[in-house]
Write a protein that binds this ligand. Structure first.
Ligand SMILES: Cc1ncc(COP(=O)(O)O)c(C=O)c1O
Length: 449
Protein backbone atom coordinates (compact mmCIF):
# COMPACT_ATOMS: atom_id res chain seq x y z
CA UNK A 1 0.00 0.00 0.00
CA UNK A 2 1.37 3.38 -1.01
CA UNK A 3 0.65 6.63 0.69
CA UNK A 4 -0.71 9.68 -1.16
CA UNK A 5 0.41 13.17 -0.49
CA UNK A 6 -2.23 13.76 2.18
CA UNK A 7 -1.02 10.72 4.05
CA UNK A 8 -4.24 8.77 3.57
CA UNK A 9 -4.22 5.19 2.24
CA UNK A 10 -4.41 4.73 -1.52
CA UNK A 11 -5.21 1.62 -3.50
CA UNK A 12 -4.58 0.67 -7.07
CA UNK A 13 -7.47 -1.79 -7.20
CA UNK A 14 -11.13 -1.20 -8.01
CA UNK A 15 -11.85 -1.29 -4.27
CA UNK A 16 -10.95 2.46 -4.25
CA UNK A 17 -14.59 3.23 -4.97
CA UNK A 18 -16.05 0.95 -2.28
CA UNK A 19 -18.44 2.81 0.07
CA UNK A 20 -16.57 1.77 3.21
CA UNK A 21 -13.28 3.07 1.90
CA UNK A 22 -14.86 6.32 0.78
CA UNK A 23 -16.23 6.72 4.29
CA UNK A 24 -12.84 5.98 5.79
CA UNK A 25 -11.26 8.56 3.52
CA UNK A 26 -13.90 11.07 4.54
CA UNK A 27 -13.12 10.48 8.19
CA UNK A 28 -9.37 10.71 7.58
CA UNK A 29 -9.81 13.97 5.62
CA UNK A 30 -12.03 15.37 8.32
CA UNK A 31 -9.47 14.51 10.99
CA UNK A 32 -6.70 16.06 8.95
CA UNK A 33 -8.77 19.22 8.47
CA UNK A 34 -9.83 19.38 12.11
CA UNK A 35 -6.26 19.16 13.22
CA UNK A 36 -5.08 22.16 11.18
CA UNK A 37 -7.03 24.72 13.20
CA UNK A 38 -8.26 25.27 16.69
CA UNK A 39 -10.92 27.57 15.22
CA UNK A 40 -13.39 25.46 13.23
CA UNK A 41 -16.35 27.20 11.63
CA UNK A 42 -18.67 26.20 14.51
CA UNK A 43 -16.43 28.13 16.88
CA UNK A 44 -15.51 31.01 14.55
CA UNK A 45 -18.20 31.54 11.93
CA UNK A 46 -17.64 34.08 9.17
CA UNK A 47 -18.76 37.45 10.57
CA UNK A 48 -20.64 39.89 8.34
CA UNK A 49 -18.69 42.89 7.09
CA UNK A 50 -19.27 46.10 9.06
CA UNK A 51 -22.18 47.63 7.09
CA UNK A 52 -20.74 51.14 7.07
CA UNK A 53 -17.28 50.14 5.91
CA UNK A 54 -18.87 47.77 3.35
CA UNK A 55 -20.86 50.70 2.01
CA UNK A 56 -17.69 52.78 1.72
CA UNK A 57 -16.01 50.01 -0.25
CA UNK A 58 -18.96 49.66 -2.64
CA UNK A 59 -19.01 53.44 -3.17
CA UNK A 60 -15.31 53.49 -4.03
CA UNK A 61 -15.78 50.69 -6.57
CA UNK A 62 -18.70 52.47 -8.31
CA UNK A 63 -17.47 54.17 -11.50
CA UNK A 64 -20.52 56.35 -12.11
CA UNK A 65 -19.66 60.07 -12.33
CA UNK A 66 -22.95 60.77 -10.54
CA UNK A 67 -22.27 58.68 -7.47
CA UNK A 68 -23.11 60.26 -4.12
CA UNK A 69 -21.67 59.12 -0.79
CA UNK A 70 -24.10 59.73 2.06
CA UNK A 71 -22.86 56.85 4.20
CA UNK A 72 -19.87 57.51 6.35
CA UNK A 73 -20.07 60.11 9.10
CA UNK A 74 -17.15 62.27 8.08
CA UNK A 75 -17.30 65.91 7.03
CA UNK A 76 -16.86 66.75 3.36
CA UNK A 77 -16.47 70.22 1.84
CA UNK A 78 -18.55 71.56 -1.03
CA UNK A 79 -16.30 69.62 -3.45
CA UNK A 80 -17.07 66.35 -1.63
CA UNK A 81 -13.49 66.27 -0.32
CA UNK A 82 -12.21 65.71 3.23
CA UNK A 83 -11.50 69.05 4.89
CA UNK A 84 -8.38 69.57 6.97
CA UNK A 85 -9.42 72.38 9.29
CA UNK A 86 -7.22 75.46 8.64
CA UNK A 87 -6.60 75.70 12.40
CA UNK A 88 -5.42 72.07 12.44
CA UNK A 89 -3.01 72.86 9.60
CA UNK A 90 -1.61 75.72 11.70
CA UNK A 91 -1.24 73.56 14.80
CA UNK A 92 0.42 70.86 12.70
CA UNK A 93 2.90 73.42 11.38
CA UNK A 94 3.67 74.67 14.90
CA UNK A 95 4.28 71.12 16.11
CA UNK A 96 6.46 70.11 13.18
CA UNK A 97 8.62 73.19 13.67
CA UNK A 98 8.99 72.58 17.39
CA UNK A 99 12.60 71.49 18.03
CA UNK A 100 11.44 69.69 21.18
CA UNK A 101 8.90 67.53 19.35
CA UNK A 102 9.54 63.84 19.97
CA UNK A 103 7.71 60.56 19.85
CA UNK A 104 8.06 59.49 23.44
CA UNK A 105 5.32 57.64 25.33
CA UNK A 106 2.61 59.74 26.90
CA UNK A 107 1.72 59.06 30.54
CA UNK A 108 -0.94 56.35 31.04
CA UNK A 109 -3.72 58.94 31.46
CA UNK A 110 -2.52 60.86 28.40
CA UNK A 111 -1.43 64.43 27.69
CA UNK A 112 -2.50 66.51 30.70
CA UNK A 113 -2.63 69.79 28.75
CA UNK A 114 -5.12 68.08 26.42
CA UNK A 115 -7.31 66.21 28.92
CA UNK A 116 -7.75 69.19 31.25
CA UNK A 117 -8.86 71.48 28.41
CA UNK A 118 -11.05 68.71 27.00
CA UNK A 119 -12.83 68.52 30.34
CA UNK A 120 -13.18 72.30 30.46
CA UNK A 121 -14.76 72.26 27.01
CA UNK A 122 -17.51 69.97 28.28
CA UNK A 123 -18.00 71.39 31.75
CA UNK A 124 -17.40 75.05 30.94
CA UNK A 125 -14.83 77.42 32.41
CA UNK A 126 -15.34 77.99 36.10
CA UNK A 127 -17.12 74.68 36.62
CA UNK A 128 -17.65 73.84 40.29
CA UNK A 129 -16.96 70.16 39.60
CA UNK A 130 -13.47 70.96 38.27
CA UNK A 131 -12.74 73.42 41.10
CA UNK A 132 -13.78 70.81 43.67
CA UNK A 133 -11.54 68.19 42.02
CA UNK A 134 -14.51 66.01 41.20
CA UNK A 135 -13.38 65.30 37.64
CA UNK A 136 -11.01 62.60 36.48
CA UNK A 137 -10.03 62.55 32.80
CA UNK A 138 -8.22 59.91 30.77
CA UNK A 139 -7.13 60.30 27.16
CA UNK A 140 -8.53 57.50 24.98
CA UNK A 141 -8.52 56.10 21.46
CA UNK A 142 -11.05 58.67 20.24
CA UNK A 143 -14.72 58.36 21.20
CA UNK A 144 -14.90 54.61 20.59
CA UNK A 145 -12.06 54.03 23.05
CA UNK A 146 -13.74 56.32 25.57
CA UNK A 147 -17.03 54.42 25.36
CA UNK A 148 -15.08 51.20 25.69
CA UNK A 149 -13.09 52.36 28.72
CA UNK A 150 -16.30 53.50 30.39
CA UNK A 151 -18.01 50.21 29.57
CA UNK A 152 -15.09 48.25 30.96
CA UNK A 153 -15.01 50.33 34.13
CA UNK A 154 -18.75 49.89 34.71
CA UNK A 155 -18.59 46.15 33.96
CA UNK A 156 -15.92 45.77 36.60
CA UNK A 157 -17.02 48.21 39.29
CA UNK A 158 -20.69 49.13 38.90
CA UNK A 159 -22.71 46.36 40.51
CA UNK A 160 -25.82 46.09 42.62
CA UNK A 161 -25.93 43.06 44.93
CA UNK A 162 -22.92 41.71 43.06
CA UNK A 163 -24.61 41.83 39.65
CA UNK A 164 -23.97 44.08 36.66
CA UNK A 165 -26.64 46.56 35.68
CA UNK A 166 -28.28 46.74 32.27
CA UNK A 167 -27.25 49.49 29.86
CA UNK A 168 -30.23 51.21 28.21
CA UNK A 169 -29.49 52.40 24.68
CA UNK A 170 -31.70 54.62 22.54
CA UNK A 171 -33.57 52.83 19.77
CA UNK A 172 -31.96 53.33 17.35
CA UNK A 173 -28.41 54.20 18.36
CA UNK A 174 -24.88 54.23 16.94
CA UNK A 175 -24.54 50.53 16.08
CA UNK A 176 -21.19 50.18 17.81
CA UNK A 177 -22.78 50.86 21.23
CA UNK A 178 -24.37 47.40 21.13
CA UNK A 179 -21.06 45.70 20.40
CA UNK A 180 -18.97 47.67 22.86
CA UNK A 181 -21.22 47.06 25.87
CA UNK A 182 -21.90 43.44 24.92
CA UNK A 183 -18.18 42.75 24.52
CA UNK A 184 -17.51 43.66 28.15
CA UNK A 185 -20.41 41.48 29.31
CA UNK A 186 -22.92 44.19 30.20
CA UNK A 187 -26.54 43.33 29.42
CA UNK A 188 -28.19 45.81 27.04
CA UNK A 189 -31.79 46.95 26.56
CA UNK A 190 -33.33 49.84 24.64
CA UNK A 191 -35.58 52.81 25.25
CA UNK A 192 -37.77 54.30 22.49
CA UNK A 193 -36.21 57.36 20.89
CA UNK A 194 -37.38 57.96 17.33
CA UNK A 195 -41.03 58.49 16.47
CA UNK A 196 -41.55 57.22 12.92
CA UNK A 197 -44.71 59.27 12.47
CA UNK A 198 -43.36 62.68 13.46
CA UNK A 199 -39.73 61.82 12.62
CA UNK A 200 -38.97 63.52 15.94
CA UNK A 201 -38.37 62.42 19.52
CA UNK A 202 -40.54 59.64 20.99
CA UNK A 203 -40.49 61.64 24.20
CA UNK A 204 -43.31 60.02 26.16
CA UNK A 205 -42.14 56.50 25.24
CA UNK A 206 -38.59 57.38 26.22
CA UNK A 207 -39.61 58.75 29.62
CA UNK A 208 -41.84 55.78 30.32
CA UNK A 209 -39.11 53.28 29.47
CA UNK A 210 -36.63 55.10 31.71
CA UNK A 211 -39.20 55.20 34.51
CA UNK A 212 -39.92 51.47 34.06
CA UNK A 213 -36.24 50.42 33.97
CA UNK A 214 -34.97 48.83 37.19
CA UNK A 215 -33.39 51.32 39.60
CA UNK A 216 -29.73 52.16 39.03
CA UNK A 217 -29.70 51.11 35.40
CA UNK A 218 -27.05 52.67 33.13
CA UNK A 219 -28.60 55.12 30.67
CA UNK A 220 -26.59 55.91 27.54
CA UNK A 221 -27.43 59.41 26.29
CA UNK A 222 -26.16 61.17 23.16
CA UNK A 223 -25.08 64.61 24.36
CA UNK A 224 -26.03 66.28 21.05
CA UNK A 225 -26.53 65.51 17.34
CA UNK A 226 -27.97 62.06 17.99
CA UNK A 227 -26.55 59.39 15.67
CA UNK A 228 -28.32 58.11 13.57
CA UNK A 229 -31.50 60.21 13.85
CA UNK A 230 -30.31 63.83 14.13
CA UNK A 231 -33.07 64.27 16.73
CA UNK A 232 -32.13 65.92 20.06
CA UNK A 233 -34.33 66.63 23.07
CA UNK A 234 -35.10 70.31 23.70
CA UNK A 235 -33.69 71.95 26.86
CA UNK A 236 -37.06 71.47 28.57
CA UNK A 237 -37.17 67.79 27.54
CA UNK A 238 -33.66 67.29 28.92
CA UNK A 239 -34.90 68.65 32.24
CA UNK A 240 -37.70 66.11 32.34
CA UNK A 241 -35.35 63.29 31.29
CA UNK A 242 -32.99 64.28 34.12
CA UNK A 243 -35.88 64.20 36.57
CA UNK A 244 -36.85 60.63 35.63
CA UNK A 245 -33.22 59.49 35.72
CA UNK A 246 -32.76 61.05 39.16
CA UNK A 247 -35.98 59.56 40.53
CA UNK A 248 -34.88 56.07 39.46
CA UNK A 249 -31.26 56.59 40.66
CA UNK A 250 -30.05 55.66 37.18
CA UNK A 251 -26.45 56.22 36.13
CA UNK A 252 -26.03 58.61 33.15
CA UNK A 253 -23.39 57.78 30.54
CA UNK A 254 -23.05 60.61 28.01
CA UNK A 255 -21.57 59.97 24.59
CA UNK A 256 -20.41 63.29 23.14
CA UNK A 257 -19.09 62.85 19.61
CA UNK A 258 -20.28 66.08 17.99
CA UNK A 259 -19.70 69.03 20.35
CA UNK A 260 -19.58 72.24 18.34
CA UNK A 261 -20.31 70.32 15.18
CA UNK A 262 -24.06 70.23 15.84
CA UNK A 263 -25.02 73.88 16.36
CA UNK A 264 -21.62 75.49 15.74
CA UNK A 265 -21.67 76.57 19.42
CA UNK A 266 -19.52 74.54 21.83
CA UNK A 267 -21.41 75.71 24.93
CA UNK A 268 -24.83 75.05 23.50
CA UNK A 269 -23.89 71.52 22.40
CA UNK A 270 -22.65 70.75 25.93
CA UNK A 271 -25.88 72.07 27.47
CA UNK A 272 -27.36 68.70 28.46
CA UNK A 273 -24.14 67.51 30.11
CA UNK A 274 -23.75 70.76 32.05
CA UNK A 275 -27.35 70.61 33.19
CA UNK A 276 -26.94 67.06 34.53
CA UNK A 277 -23.75 68.04 36.37
CA UNK A 278 -25.50 71.08 37.88
CA UNK A 279 -28.22 68.73 39.07
CA UNK A 280 -25.61 66.88 41.11
CA UNK A 281 -25.42 63.62 39.16
CA UNK A 282 -22.44 61.32 39.34
CA UNK A 283 -21.83 60.47 35.69
CA UNK A 284 -19.36 59.63 32.95
CA UNK A 285 -18.71 61.17 29.53
CA UNK A 286 -17.09 59.72 26.41
CA UNK A 287 -15.70 62.54 24.26
CA UNK A 288 -14.51 62.39 20.66
CA UNK A 289 -12.48 64.97 18.75
CA UNK A 290 -12.86 63.11 15.46
CA UNK A 291 -15.60 65.25 13.94
CA UNK A 292 -15.15 68.66 15.57
CA UNK A 293 -11.41 68.77 14.79
CA UNK A 294 -11.53 66.58 11.68
CA UNK A 295 -8.97 64.37 13.46
CA UNK A 296 -10.74 61.11 12.54
CA UNK A 297 -7.72 58.89 12.02
CA UNK A 298 -5.63 60.49 14.76
CA UNK A 299 -7.90 58.96 17.41
CA UNK A 300 -8.04 61.84 19.88
CA UNK A 301 -10.61 61.43 22.65
CA UNK A 302 -11.19 61.48 26.37
CA UNK A 303 -13.12 59.69 29.07
CA UNK A 304 -14.29 61.74 32.04
CA UNK A 305 -15.65 60.66 35.39
CA UNK A 306 -17.52 63.34 37.34
CA UNK A 307 -18.37 62.70 40.99
CA UNK A 308 -21.45 64.16 42.66
CA UNK A 309 -20.78 66.98 45.11
CA UNK A 310 -20.03 65.54 48.56
CA UNK A 311 -17.38 65.72 51.26
CA UNK A 312 -15.79 62.57 49.79
CA UNK A 313 -16.00 63.63 46.16
CA UNK A 314 -12.27 64.30 45.71
CA UNK A 315 -11.23 60.98 47.24
CA UNK A 316 -13.87 59.07 45.21
CA UNK A 317 -12.45 60.72 42.10
CA UNK A 318 -8.88 59.78 43.05
CA UNK A 319 -9.89 56.15 43.61
CA UNK A 320 -11.74 55.99 40.29
CA UNK A 321 -8.77 57.56 38.50
CA UNK A 322 -6.43 54.95 39.96
CA UNK A 323 -8.58 52.08 38.62
CA UNK A 324 -9.03 53.74 35.23
CA UNK A 325 -5.23 53.92 35.00
CA UNK A 326 -4.96 50.17 35.63
CA UNK A 327 -7.56 49.40 32.96
CA UNK A 328 -5.92 51.76 30.50
CA UNK A 329 -2.49 50.22 31.11
CA UNK A 330 -3.72 46.72 30.30
CA UNK A 331 -5.74 47.82 27.29
CA UNK A 332 -3.55 50.30 25.39
CA UNK A 333 -0.73 51.08 27.82
CA UNK A 334 -0.80 54.76 26.86
CA UNK A 335 -2.71 56.74 24.24
CA UNK A 336 -1.50 58.10 20.87
CA UNK A 337 0.29 61.42 21.00
CA UNK A 338 -0.07 63.38 17.78
CA UNK A 339 -3.81 64.12 17.58
CA UNK A 340 -3.83 65.04 21.25
CA UNK A 341 -0.94 67.46 20.68
CA UNK A 342 -2.75 69.09 17.80
CA UNK A 343 -5.95 69.52 19.81
CA UNK A 344 -3.98 70.70 22.85
CA UNK A 345 -2.13 73.31 20.80
CA UNK A 346 -5.46 74.75 19.67
CA UNK A 347 -7.29 74.45 22.99
CA UNK A 348 -4.50 76.19 24.90
CA UNK A 349 -4.08 79.17 22.59
CA UNK A 350 -6.65 81.96 22.60
CA UNK A 351 -6.26 82.97 18.97
CA UNK A 352 -6.22 79.38 17.67
CA UNK A 353 -9.22 78.53 19.83
CA UNK A 354 -11.17 81.43 18.29
CA UNK A 355 -10.16 80.23 14.83
CA UNK A 356 -11.32 76.71 15.67
CA UNK A 357 -14.73 78.08 16.64
CA UNK A 358 -14.86 79.80 13.26
CA UNK A 359 -13.97 76.50 11.54
CA UNK A 360 -16.73 74.78 13.51
CA UNK A 361 -19.21 77.37 12.31
CA UNK A 362 -18.06 76.76 8.74
CA UNK A 363 -18.76 73.01 9.03
CA UNK A 364 -22.05 73.23 10.89
CA UNK A 365 -23.15 76.16 8.72
CA UNK A 366 -22.55 74.25 5.48
CA UNK A 367 -24.53 71.32 6.82
CA UNK A 368 -27.43 73.56 7.86
CA UNK A 369 -27.38 75.14 4.39
CA UNK A 370 -27.58 71.68 2.82
CA UNK A 371 -30.53 70.79 5.06
CA UNK A 372 -32.36 73.92 3.87
CA UNK A 373 -31.46 73.23 0.22
CA UNK A 374 -32.58 69.59 0.34
CA UNK A 375 -35.90 70.38 1.99
CA UNK A 376 -36.53 73.26 -0.45
CA UNK A 377 -35.81 71.02 -3.47
CA UNK A 378 -38.08 68.24 -2.24
CA UNK A 379 -40.88 70.71 -1.55
CA UNK A 380 -40.35 72.37 -4.93
CA UNK A 381 -40.64 68.95 -6.60
CA UNK A 382 -43.76 68.29 -4.49
CA UNK A 383 -42.27 64.99 -3.45
CA UNK A 384 -45.04 63.12 -1.61
CA UNK A 385 -44.69 63.30 2.19
CA UNK A 386 -43.54 65.87 4.74
CA UNK A 387 -39.92 67.04 4.66
CA UNK A 388 -39.80 69.49 7.58
CA UNK A 389 -37.77 66.98 9.63
CA UNK A 390 -34.81 67.53 7.30
CA UNK A 391 -34.31 71.03 8.69
CA UNK A 392 -35.54 70.22 12.20
CA UNK A 393 -32.97 67.47 12.77
CA UNK A 394 -29.44 68.54 13.69
CA UNK A 395 -25.82 67.53 13.19
CA UNK A 396 -24.14 65.18 10.80
CA UNK A 397 -27.10 62.90 10.13
CA UNK A 398 -30.68 62.95 9.01
CA UNK A 399 -33.13 60.10 9.32
CA UNK A 400 -35.01 60.58 6.07
CA UNK A 401 -37.82 58.09 6.65
CA UNK A 402 -36.98 56.34 3.33
CA UNK A 403 -37.65 52.59 3.40
CA UNK A 404 -35.05 49.88 2.91
CA UNK A 405 -36.47 49.17 -0.58
CA UNK A 406 -36.23 52.85 -1.51
CA UNK A 407 -32.65 52.98 -0.23
CA UNK A 408 -31.82 49.94 -2.38
CA UNK A 409 -33.34 51.64 -5.45
CA UNK A 410 -31.43 54.83 -4.79
CA UNK A 411 -28.27 52.78 -4.90
CA UNK A 412 -29.03 50.57 -7.91
CA UNK A 413 -30.67 53.25 -10.08
CA UNK A 414 -29.01 56.46 -8.94
CA UNK A 415 -25.64 55.42 -7.41
CA UNK A 416 -26.57 57.01 -4.10
CA UNK A 417 -24.96 55.26 -1.10
CA UNK A 418 -26.62 55.46 2.30
CA UNK A 419 -27.33 53.09 5.20
CA UNK A 420 -30.38 50.91 4.76
CA UNK A 421 -32.16 52.44 7.76
CA UNK A 422 -32.62 55.60 5.67
CA UNK A 423 -29.93 57.63 7.39
CA UNK A 424 -28.00 60.14 5.30
CA UNK A 425 -24.80 61.92 6.21
CA UNK A 426 -25.67 65.53 5.42
CA UNK A 427 -21.97 66.27 4.90
CA UNK A 428 -22.08 64.19 1.70
CA UNK A 429 -24.42 66.72 0.09
CA UNK A 430 -23.09 69.80 -1.70
CA UNK A 431 -24.23 72.48 -4.11
CA UNK A 432 -23.47 70.17 -7.06
CA UNK A 433 -25.31 67.05 -5.98
CA UNK A 434 -28.18 68.20 -3.75
CA UNK A 435 -30.56 68.65 -6.69
CA UNK A 436 -29.56 65.28 -8.20
CA UNK A 437 -30.19 63.62 -4.82
CA UNK A 438 -33.55 65.36 -4.33
CA UNK A 439 -34.69 64.26 -7.79
CA UNK A 440 -33.56 60.68 -7.06
CA UNK A 441 -35.51 60.70 -3.78
CA UNK A 442 -38.53 62.14 -5.57
CA UNK A 443 -38.38 59.36 -8.13
CA UNK A 444 -38.13 56.45 -5.64
CA UNK A 445 -40.82 57.92 -3.39
CA UNK A 446 -43.23 58.23 -6.34
CA UNK A 447 -42.38 54.73 -7.61
CA UNK A 448 -43.33 53.30 -4.22
CA UNK A 449 -46.82 54.87 -4.31
C1 LIG B 1 -22.52 58.46 18.75
C2 LIG B 1 -21.09 58.20 18.47
N1 LIG B 1 -20.29 57.85 19.47
C3 LIG B 1 -18.99 57.63 19.29
C4 LIG B 1 -18.43 57.72 18.05
C5 LIG B 1 -16.95 57.44 18.00
O1 LIG B 1 -16.23 57.91 16.99
P1 LIG B 1 -14.64 57.95 17.06
O2 LIG B 1 -14.19 56.70 17.70
O3 LIG B 1 -14.25 58.05 15.64
O4 LIG B 1 -14.30 59.15 17.87
C6 LIG B 1 -19.23 58.06 16.94
C7 LIG B 1 -18.71 58.11 15.58
O5 LIG B 1 -19.37 58.01 14.59
C8 LIG B 1 -20.60 58.32 17.18
O6 LIG B 1 -21.41 58.68 16.19
Amino acid sequence: MASDSSGSASHTTSSSSSPSLTRLRGIANHMALASVTSFPVEAVPQAPEDPLFGLMRAYKADESPNKVDLGIGAYRDDNAKPWVLPVVKKADEILRNDPDLNHEYLPIAGLASFTSKAGELLLGTGSAAAAEKRVSSVQTISGTGAVHLGALFLAKFYKVNGANRTVYLSSPTWANHNQIFTNVGLPIATYPYFDKETKGLAFEGMKKALADAPERSIILLHACAHNPTGVDPTAEQWREIAEVIKAKKHFPFFDCAYQGFASGDLDRDAGAIRYFIEQGFELVIAQSFAKNFGLYGERAGCFHFVAAPSADAASITTRVASQLAILQRSEISNPPIYGAKIASTVLNDKALFAEWQENLRTMSGRIITMRTALRAKLEELRTPGQWNHITEQIGMFSFTGLSEAQVAKLRSEFHVYMTKNGRISMAGLNTRNVEYFAKAVDSVVREAL
